[in-house]
Design a protein around this ligand. Structure first.
Ligand code: VGL
Ligand code: ZN
Length: 199
């Protein structure tokens, strides 16, 4: 077994004071920093949207954040503007130890499609390239931490399990958005996909 830690979207906009703040998002920074040295492979993701991204409510007239619209690739929750490329909100939390990262994967940069998962855009087809990176580095077992449990962590972990990686989510090192029961649904989805939930 070769282990990789995948740290999802530990960015200012998902922490208290940010544009799409997740309750307690900053509480997990210290714990993530602490476990980083335990993993021989360390990957961080960064949500990285162009201004006017199609996942922003502000890009659709008459729509408010948290409404759901139909996109060609399926239903899409609309979000407040967040993680705009190069902005302070898109930067990693200032206390996150980023030097230990081997690779930083940016996602959500295509204007017309969102990308929750670290592996595929929301069409479940367009790859980010992370699978190839992990396989060529020999990773077989993946541990996930970060934000948000019920969106980018859950979609990433579910894809990882489907791709055949031994997949664990450290729930104690994640925090969720929990819109409309999305947290319970995400936990059930991950379990059904064979993801181990710990912490
Ligand atoms: C995320 C909503 C929109 C996440 C990213 O990181 O979970 N959620 N963009
Ligand atoms: Zn986003």
């Amino acid at each position: 077994m070769t282990d990789a830690l995948i740290v999802i979207d530990m960015q200012n906009d998902f922490c208290p004071g940010g544009a799409l703040a997740v309750d307690g998002g900053d509480e997990i920074v210290t714990g993530i920093n602490r476990i980083l040295p335990d993993f021989p492979i360390r990957v961080f993701t960064q949500d990285w949207h162009p201004a006017g991204h199609s996942s922003f409510a502000s890009s659709h007239s008459g729509k408010a954040p948290m409404e759901i619209i139909d996109m060609p690739y399926g239903p899409q929750v609309l979000w407040p503007d967040h993680c705009i490329q190069g902005s302070e909100g898109a930067a990693f939390h200032p206390d996150l130890a980023t030097n230990p990262a081997d690779l930083i994967v940016r996602k959500g940069f295509r204007p017309d499609i969102d990308s929750y998962s670290a592996f595929f855009e929301n069409d479940h087809e367009t790859p980010t390239g992370l699978e190839g990176y992990l396989r060529t580095r020999g990773a077989t077992r993946l541990t996930f931490a970060g934000l948000a449990t019920d969106f980018c962590v859950a979609w990433s972990a579910r894809d990882a399990a489907r791709l055949g990686f031994d997949t664990t989510v450290r729930l104690d090192l994640c925090r969720g958005i929990d819109a409309d029961g999305s947290l319970d649904a995400a936990l059930a989805d991950m379990r059904a996909a064979g993801v181990t939930l710990t912490g």
